[in-house]
Ligand binder design. Structure first.
Ligand code: ADP
Length: 341
């Protein structure tokens, strides 16, 4: 089956045309900074679609960032689904409207085929309430749906399945920790194949240190900063999302650049690298405790796949947990999964 897959993001559009039977990628591409274009996402996507043989497409898959607590799995898009995605706009105001635009344009261009919404949040809908609730007044959860949703679910689910394949055991028998380390980063505890805890929260700001996001901080810092600097809540939110994380610590958010500078003796880059790996180590420890038994630790996304240094540093000192990286096996990057222990 020919499937067109679209990730219509806040600033870029990535797409692939796949043969879903063989998994072969027939065509792929990326349009960047589309929000700055005249006509925005809609025009960019129309142009992408006009470069394809639309009549050969048999289904379209759409990445949707936030499905709230409405979606436990991927769904075929209809009016009710569109309304439900719209209702989740408040949680992901940059992403969900862009995702929906992608759906609308694709529905117009390929009206004859099913459109499927695939949610970043769906895999984490199996979290138990003691993991997804925050310790704030219950009425805020009930009235405003303040809870952990988690993200990167399609990635965590996919790599969990790949790990099960490689170690040749059924996924529903495995306890795993997966670490998605890209520009955004998150950790997930998978028990018997299901997500039972994850580091991103109501929004993608919580958890690991990321390229430009702070990850976990004392929430009181927000109010302290607002008082001390006179900045409004949008400005503080923007600092925590766009100017913090690795970039905030050392001025760079690209891990390649940070590793290079750290090697050359740049103290701020060394600190950023150390903080990034230390936070990962803390989450491994926490999720190990939650799982009780660990069958595999998984690294994925740009940094997870391509940085032997981050993998080594994040796992250093975890021998007592049975996590022992083999330096030779680890000194590798590849486009397929491989073992590093
Ligand atoms: P996004 O969240 O934007 O999809 P990616 O998964 O592409 O991000 O990951 C981007 C990150 O991966 C960047 O920090 C980049 O520096 C890092 N990265 C890519 N290649 C390497 C490499 N060879 N060594 C270290 N880091 C790398």
């Amino acid at each position: 089956m020919r499937v067109f897959v679209i990730n219509c993001g806040s600033s870029s559009i990535r797409y692939q045309l796949l043969d879903s039977d063989s998994g072969r990628v027939l065509q792929k591409g990326k349009a960047e900074r589309v929000h700055e274009l005249e006509g925005g996402h809609g025009e960019a996507l129309k142009e992408i679609l006009s470069g394809l043989d639309a009549s050969s497409i048999e289904a379209v898959g759409h990445r949707v960032v936030h499905g709230g607590d409405q979606f436990f799995d991927s769904v075929i898009v209809d009016d009710q689904v569109i309304d439900a995605i719209h209702r989740c706009d408040v949680y992901a105001p940059l992403h969900n409207p862009a995702n929906l635009l992608g759906i609308e344009v694709a529905m117009q261009s390929t009206p004859q085929v099913p459109q499927v919404a695939v949610f970043d949040t769906a895999f984490h809908q199996s979290l138990p309430d003691h993991a997804f609730r925050y310790a704030i007044p219950q009425n805020l959860y009930q009235a405003h749906h303040v809870r952990r949703y988690g993200f990167h679910g399609t990635s965590h689910h996919y790599v969990a399945k790949q790990a099960a394949r490689i170690i040749a055991r059924p996924l529903n028998s495995l306890n795993l920790i997966s670490l998605h380390l890209g520009n955004g980063a998150s950790a997930t505890a998978v028990k018997e194949g299901k997500s039972i805890d994850t580091s991103m929260g109501m929004t993608p700001l919580e958890g690991l240190i990321m390229g430009t996001r702070s990850g976990d901080i004392d929430p009181a810092i927000v109010f302290y900063l607002a008082r001390q600097t006179g900045l409004g809540r949008d400005a503080v939110e923007s600092i925590l999302n766009k100017d913090s994380g690795l970039k905030g610590i050392c001025g760079f958010n690209d891990m390649r650049e940070i590793e290079m500078r750290a090697m050359e003796g740049d103290a701020r880059a060394q600190l950023a690298f150390e903080m990034f790996c230390y936070r990962i180590r803390k989450y491994i420890g926490a999720y190990y405790a939650v799982l009780g038994r660990l069958d595999a630790l998984i690294f994925t996304a740009g940094i997870g796949e391509k940085s032997p240094l981050v993998r080594e540093r994040s796992c250093r000192g975890l021998t007592h947990l049975g996590i022992i990286i083999d330096p030779q096996k680890n000194d590798r990057t590849a486009n397929e999964a491989f073992e590093i222990q």
